[in-house]
Design a protein around this ligand. Structure first.
Ligand code: SF4
Ligand code: SF4
Length: 439
């Protein structure tokens, strides 16, 4: 009864804090712009392929394989965690075992995966702390980013050790009864065979409590860490942009203006009754982005795959697509609470310049390598181009080379400095030459 009470209190506090954190982070979605979601079937297939199949992770086959194992392992181990919560709430023991053979198989896979995940996490920690992989560094990767990643990995390690310990002590308490249900635990249990049952039971309970408490701690730390992708990557892939990479969303009002310019008959079209002029063109702060772009920023794993393939970054430019995404999240975190509370907030700062410099914004070649490489389908160029739209259309502050092109397009209907009347002059020359050749 006491155990049940302690468990339920801890559970309520943990989920209460988690719900509060989620509410706070998710309330910022209210500040963002719409993003249409169609083709549910296509999205579902994409989610199965990219999120659950981990297909993009396998572009780096070795480390991708280990990451996929960790992901799949988590999915299976989640079943056991759910059982522990039910057990703790209702003072039961292995409550799902009534599922029979299916339960045994799931637990056996979970037990093996606990061992595999443990090895994978040790490899990840080794890479992060000893090998110093280049893509884990960059100006956006502060010491806190590294500490956060290592701390989360250590917690996962502790989760796996306690899970394996639990299974091992359980097998030692019940020799030869659960060798199929907990194969890895059963092998480990041989080491504890000499212990009296009272000690085995005590260690089993200790592992049980450590495991469940670390789960509660881990889930509450996730939203403040790069490992928030554990929650956000699957929905982020589901809501991926389905347009081919490189296709940018048009701005409806601008498209209409251009069409009117090209077809004089359209100039007389009266605006629809519900048509409102845009308050602002492009993106200068996080409340200008669509909710999908905000979701992108929450889901970013900070893996650096995008920056590692960015030609601008590789050739020494300041641009790092990972930084753009991370900074848009940081700016929302800074500004969001005030916007929710007071509806407006002016601190003399903005996403452009204070978080992402114009130098970075104009360094992008819009090649889409970053979006192609991102394992969870984040689309960086859409955000970068939207920031450019703000600079050009709200501030007229494009680089001088582009301003010349814009002026030419406005005056001549083409990027070149020649009048439209002179456009076919070259054909006269051609005709003269042809005639002289024929003669
Ligand atoms: S689209 Fe821009 S940010 Fe992305 S890889 Fe290409 S140059 Fe870098
Ligand atoms: S945007 Fe994608 S590729 Fe880049 S760091 Fe984030 S998750 Fe990794």
């Amino acid at each position: 009864m006491v155990k049940q009470l302690v468990f339920c209190t801890t559970l309520i506090i943990s989920f209460g804090i988690l719900a509060f954190t989620f509410f706070r982070i998710f309330s910022f979605f209210r500040l963002t712009k719409p993003y249409p979601v169609k083709n549910i079937n296509k999205r579902f297939i994409l989610m199965l392929k990219v999120a659950f199949g981990q297909t993009k992770i396998f572009r780096k086959p070795v480390i991708g394989f280990f990451h996929a194992l960790v992901f799949w392992g988590f999915c299976i181990i989640l079943f056991g965690s759910l059982e522990m919560i039910i057990d703790g709430m209702f003072a039961l023991h292995k409550s799902f075992s009534s599922l029979g053979e299916a339960y045994n198989i799931i637990m056996a896979i979970g037990d093996i995966f606990a061992f595999v995940v443990l090895i994978a996490i040790l490899i990840f920690l080794f890479r992060r702390t000893i090998l110093h992989v280049k893509r884990f560094s960059g100006i956006e990767m502060l010491s806190t980013s590294h500490a956060d990643a290592n701390f989360a990995l250590t917690l996962i390690l502790l989760l796996m050790v306690s899970l394996l310990g639990m299974n091992a002590f359980w097998c030692a308490l019940n020799p030869n009864k659960f060798s199929f249900v907990y194969p890895a635990g059963n092998i480990l249990s041989k080491r504890f065979a000499y212990m009296p049952n009272v000690h085995l039971a005590l260690y089993y309970k200790m592992c049980w409590w450590v495991h469940i408490l670390v789960i509660f701690l881990f889930m509450n730390i996730l939203p403040y860490s790069k490992h928030f992708h554990v929650f956000m990557s699957v929905p982020n892939v589901f809501f991926s942009r389905l347009d081919p990479l490189g296709k940018l969303p048009n701005m409806d009002n601008v498209t209409k203006e251009v069409k009117i310019m090209m077809d004089s008959n359209l100039a007389y079209t009266t605006p629809a009754e519900n048509e409102v002029p845009p308050e602002k063109f492009g993106v200068s702060d996080p409340e200008d982005v669509t909710w999908k772009t905000y979701l992108d920023s929450l889901a970013c794993t900070e893996c650096g795959r995008c920056t590692a393939v960015c030609p601008a970054n590789i050739t020494g430019k300041k641009l790092s697509p990972r930084k753009v995404i991370m900074n848009s999240r940081a700016r929302m975190k800074e500004k969001g609470p005030f916007l929710i509370k007071n509806k407006s907030y002016v601190d003399g700062k903005s996403l452009i310049r204070d978080y992402v410099s114009t130098e970075e914004i104009w360094a992008c070649t819009t090649c889409n390598a970053c979006a192609q490489e991102c394992p969870i389908n984040i689309n960086h160029p859409i955000l970068i181009v939207d920031m450019r739209r703000f600079l050009v259309m709200e501030e007229s502050s494009a680089p001088s080379g582009l301003n010349t092109i814009f002026t030419n397009i406005q005056n001549n209907g083409a990027p070149w400095q020649f009048s439209p009347e002179d456009r076919m002059l070259w054909t006269k020359e051609l005709t003269r030459k042809n005639i002289s050749q024929n003669i």
